[in-house]
Design a protein around this ligand. Structure first.
Ligand code: BES
Ligand code: MN
Ligand code: ZN
Length: 499
């Protein structure tokens, strides 16, 4: 089902002349005076905003909204509280706009405008426009694919207008934000897709279709070929399921083919039951989200193509299902990875690092300038940073700076964890080159990464563990319950400025 697109534009109009259902005005708690255009607007509407402020009907607390029915050019003036000036930042903006957009949608409003100046504060107009578009488009996301009843009643905003008084045209910002929001939302759609539908084969067909519609190159390897490529870890994880694995490669050339590509590797477990180390209820729930890294990689490369970023990218996505059966791999098995290293299996539920071992060594063979993997690797990421941020680890100073920078710009919070040598002791095996987990249960995020480091062959590498942040329990701000599309905003910000 193709969703109706929400149209967003920036227009230069005098506030007084704005028409439509609602005009959003942001106000700071400790700056509750109207000046300039807002003052004129207030006068035009008979001082109604200032009377609300004077009578304490609106205090501009963070999260507070007050709708004032004026029923003229504009039906409602909607005052949005932004809290204290000192604490105001683009995160506050993002959540305020997303929450307001959701309220409008749920009230059946089809269009609204917002006054750019009232949200700008000390920030650059261009950045604010970009964040407004992103927050509305991401905030308004809903997964409706499998709702068959009352389909006609699903409400959606049709038009959002950002009112400016500057002569700049914000086409580039609107375009960037729309493409990125689309990448986030398509990632959410596919991660939310149930595992009986979104099998490895389905994922491969989806990638082929995506490539056909764009200028991307797509290669799909099936089970036999994966075996032929000596990906012993990947093939063994896949063995327990009747849904056969696929290795999907997408390539984008936005630069001279001689320029080394950046490799993005994504974990694509379409359902993680734990295998023979079966996950008990309720831990087995939501394990369709275990493909979140691969799905993000797919839409990141598509978005880079749409924005014509001047770089070469290659996305490597191993897709399979981790299931228990008579043909499953087992604890005590010793598997041989694509790079020839042997791995002793201790727990079939630590399957992600196994399929990544093969995918990373395959990526390393292409001698890319950097490898970044995105993976729902550990439950331990919850202990590390809770639901707020995503742990990352890296072997390279430049990548570290790029990721931190991108995090600040994209507002997707990440935090680095160390790769100290001491951890390597924990994954020494009695029988093979390595074991894939530590039998102590500490530092889960770091141990996962310490294992993966063996497969990247000295190429600058970063690992992003989205085990927790792939999914949201809350419906708040830009988050909607379910898949989050995490890393799409981060990675796009990083690739946008890649040098
Ligand atoms: N896909 C899971 C990680 C995960 C668990 C993400 C829960 C989100 C919520 C991964 O394959 C896994 O099962 N990891 C194990 C590793 C352990 C056996 C060393 C984990 O984190 O419990
Ligand atoms: Mn697992
Ligand atoms: Zn998993």
């Amino acid at each position: 089902m193709e969703k109706t697109a929400i149209s967003v534009k920036a227009s230069k109009i005098e506030l007084n002349k704005v028409k439509g259902n609602a005009l959003l005005i942001g106000l700071l708690k400790d700056k509750l005076t109207l000046s300039g255009e807002l003052k004129k607007l207030d006068e035009e509407y008979g001082g109604i905003i200032s009377s609300y402020i004077k009578n304490n009907h609106f205090k501009a607390e963070k999260g507070e909204t007050r709708s004032v029915f004026v029923n003229r050019n504009i039906k409602n003036l909607v005052l949005v509280g932004l809290g204290e000036e000192e604490k105001y930042n683009l995160d506050v903006l993002l959540n305020a706009i997303a929450d307001a957009s959701k309220k409008f949608r749920d009230n059946g409003t089809e269009n609204f405008s917002l006054c750019l100046d009232s949200f700008k504060n000390k920030f650059k107009e261009e950045d604010v426009v970009e964040k407004i578009v992103l927050s509305a488009l991401i905030g308004l996301y809903k997964f409706t694919e499998f709702k068959t009843k009352d389909n006609g009643k699903i409400r959606q905003i049709k038009q959002i207008t950002i009112i400016t008084n500057s002569n700049k045209n914000f086409d580039n910002e609107v375009k960037y934000a729309s493409v990125v929001a689309n990448a986030v939302n398509k990632t959410r759609d596919l991660v939310n897709m149930p595992p009986n539908v979104a099998t490895p084969e389905y994922m491969a067909d989806y990638a082929k279709e995506l490539a056909k519609k764009s200028g991307l190159k797509c290669i799909v390897f099936d089970e036999k070929q994966i075996e032929g490529m000596k990906m012993g870890c990947f093939i063994n994880v896949a063995k327990g399921s009747i849904n056969k694995p696929r290795l999907v490669i997408l390539e984008y050339y936005g630069n001279d083919k001689k320029q080394k590509p950046i490799a993005i590797v994504g974990k694509g477990i379409t359902f993680d039951s734990g295998g023979l180390n079966l996950k008990p209820y309720p831990y087995i729930l939501n394990m369709k989200d275990d493909k979140g890294g691969a799905v993000a990689a797919m839409h990141i490369i598509e978005a880079c193509y749409k924005l014509k970023f001047p770089l070469n990218l290659i996305a490597i996505m191993p897709f399979c299902e981790n299931m228990p059966s008579g043909s499953s791999f087992r604890p005590d098995d010793v598997l041989t990875a694509h790079n020839g290293m042997t791995v002793e299996i201790k727990n079939t539920d630590a399957e992600g690092r196994l399929i990544l071992a093969d995918a990373l060594s395959y990526a390393a063979e292409m001698k890319p300038q950097a490898i970044i993997d995105i993976a729902t690797l550990t439950g331990a990421s919850l202990i590390a940073l809770g639901y707020i941020g995503t742990p990352f680890l890296t072997t390279n100073e430049k990548l570290r700076e790029k990721i931190k920078n991108a995090s600040e710009k994209s507002l997707e919070k990440v935090w680095e964890f160390p790769l100290w040598q001491e951890y390597e002791e924990n994954i020494k095996s009695d029988v093979a080159d390595l074991k894939h987990i530590s039998e102590e249960s500490d530092a889960g995020v770091i141990i996962g990464a310490t294992f993966l480091k063996n497969f990247v062959n000295e190429i600058p590498w970063a690992h992003i563990d989205i085990g927790t942040t792939v999914w949201s329990k809350a419906d708040k701000g830009v988050l909607t319950k379910g898949a989050t599309g995490v890393t799409a905003r981060l990675m796009m910000e990083m690739l946008r400025e890649w040098k």
